[in-house]
Design a protein around this ligand. Structure first.
Ligand code: UDP
Length: 490
């Protein structure tokens, strides 16, 4: 069943008079939402899922995106796609790190986005008026564009709520010298969640003292302080403490309508071509027997780590599906690095692809474990299918997500190092040994709880209807003026 089909308006929405209801429907038809994408796979996926969800609620959608990593528009025929100039050089290596790209996009795209939306406003059809700008929080300049054009801006956090809270408190932490204090704190799995998250952050911040990171977290916090609403791809009960903090820190209403991907039909927004032959391979494997291995779209490993991974998988005895994407080992053709005797020893027990239809893979009965870098999308996709995780985070929020999986939800375990013996042992614990039984049960239980949040009356269901109503309150005046003064009087 398409999950969208049962997401009808909440009772209080329905109980209005028929006239009000018809007016609302008319307004909704006339509302266009402009989405601004950040061009990375882990951000494009949730943003297009959110656009699809809001489209199913009756809103028209325009997707504005930098030319770099343009999404495939042909899978979304009902949306209008507009590329804008990003002025990024051909080789992104010249930026040094990810923060260089983020900073350049925020500087270079402001003019083109403003111009593009001004043109849309000029040519506006009264039956299809622009209602607000829905932007990835990383593209924080979009809030300034919204302010300048007197349009409401909605910031979308595609990662966990914990990082939104962290971004806001971080500047205060390092200014006040708390980093070394946090580092010296002795914590274990039983410590309270916020202490655990802050400790993770202290480590991440030590790594990223680069100007770009400091600039990004300050700018994101500032834009969220000015936005009209905040959308989070999370579920209330899995991040309750962090969400309470987010609500305390920011005045904008926060809508937790995740996991987005469970509210949309599976439409591919992959930048790389998905290799679906792995699904026919999966269909031949025993239930819960396969370990799926993927480190997402950005993380990279070195040649030694690739080989340790290969031998760990060969020795664990379980069938495995391994995503070895181009660039996983920087500057090398990864598949050529795998020795012939590895391929001979695994034979049909292993399936290697460059890119997989991940959501379909995780939903396949044959998959019993996910060795992941703990990107937020991968984490959500895994818990939604009740798959326990072997966590090997690389950077940023992946460390926080690992804490959630291993110490808060208790649905996974951590792999401490890329070493074949440790990999073999960890996979066995995750998937077959009695030691991992409790964790596997908890993963199934977590999946069931998330499913409840999506059903009528659940937190996600309610939040989505509240969000749709909030957006409708952004409607411009009848005289066409679209300033926030009139918007917020509703
Ligand atoms: N993904 C995929 N096929 C793959 C590997 C990943 O479709 O072979 C998708 C995955 O389903 C997720 C996204 O790519 O939606 C990765 O996002 P995540 O936040 O997990 O990690 P990132 O790539 O941002 O590090």
């Amino acid at each position: 069943m398409n999950p969208i089909s049962h997401l009808s308006p909440r009772p209080h929405f329905c109980s209005r008079t028929n006239r009000n209801k018809m007016e609302r429907q008319e307004q909704q038809k006339a509302s266009r939402l402009v989405f601004v994408l950040y061009p990375s796979q882990g951000h494009i996926n949730p943003m297009l899922q959110l656009a699809t969800i809001l489209h199913s609620k009756g809103f028209s959608i325009t997707i504005i995106h930098p030319k770099f990593n343009s999404p495939n528009s042909s899978n979304y025929p009902e949306f209008t796609f507009i590329p804008i100039s990003d002025n990024l050089p051909e080789s992104q290596d010249s930026f040094g790190d990810i923060f260089g790209i983020v900073s350049a996009l925020n500087k270079n795209c402001e003019g083109p986005l403003t111009e593009c939306i001004q043109q849309m406003l000029k040519a506006e059809d009264p039956q299809d008026r622009l209602s607000c700008i829905v932007y990835d929080s990383v593209m924080h300049f979009s809030q300034s564009v919204a302010d300048h054009l007197k349009l409401p801006g909605i910031s979308v956090r595609t990662g966990p709520a914990a990082t939104m809270f962290a971004f806001a408190v971080c500047p205060r932490l390092d200014e006040q010298g708390y980093i070394s204090f946090l580092e010296s704190m002795s914590l274990d799995g039983k410590s309270d969640l916020l202490s655990l998250l802050l400790k993770e952050l202290a480590f991440s911040m030590k790594k990223f003292t680069a100007h770009g990171f400091l600039e990004l977290r300050a700018a994101v916090t500032d834009s969220v302080q000015r936005c009209s609403a905040l959308i989070l791809n999370t579920v209330d009960f899995i991040e309750q403490e962090a969400l309470t903090k987010v609500q305390e820190l920011f005045s904008a209403s926060a809508f937790t309508i995740g996991p987005f991907h469970k509210l949309t039909p599976t439409i591919s927004s992959s930048l790389l071509k998905e290799d679906s032959h792995c699904i026919s391979w999966l269909n031949k494997q025993a239930p819960k027997s396969v370990i799926y291995v993927s480190f997402g779209s950005v993380a990279s490993i070195d040649e030694k780590e690739l080989l340790e991974t290969a031998w760990g998988l060969a020795n664990c005895g379980q069938p495995f599906l391994w995503v070895v994407r181009p660039g996983l080992v920087r500057g090398s053709n990864c598949l050529e690095l795998l020795p012939i005797n590895f391929q001979d020893s695994v034979g049909e027990r292993g399936c290697i692809v460059e890119w997989a239809p991940q959501k379909e893979v995780l939903a396949n009965d044959a998959v019993g474990g996910f060795w992941s870098h703990c990107g937020w999308n991968s984490t959500l996709e895994s818990i939604c299918e009740g798959i326990p995780m072997l966590c090997r985070p690389f950077f940023g929020d992946q460390n926080v997500n690992r804490r959630y999986v291993c110490d808060v939800w208790n649905v996974g375990l951590e792999l401490e190092e890329f070493e074949r013996g440790k990999i073999e042992k960890a996979i066995k614990t995750l998937m077959v040994d009695t030691e991992g039984e409790e964790m596997r049960k908890k993963a199934t239980h977590l999946k069931e709880k998330v499913e409840l949040s999506l059903k009528e009356g659940g937190s996600c269901y309610n939040s989505l209807n509240d969000l749709a109503e909030k957006i409708l309150s952004f409607r411009p005046n009848e005289d066409g003026a679209s300033g926030p003064t009139s918007v917020f009087s509703c």
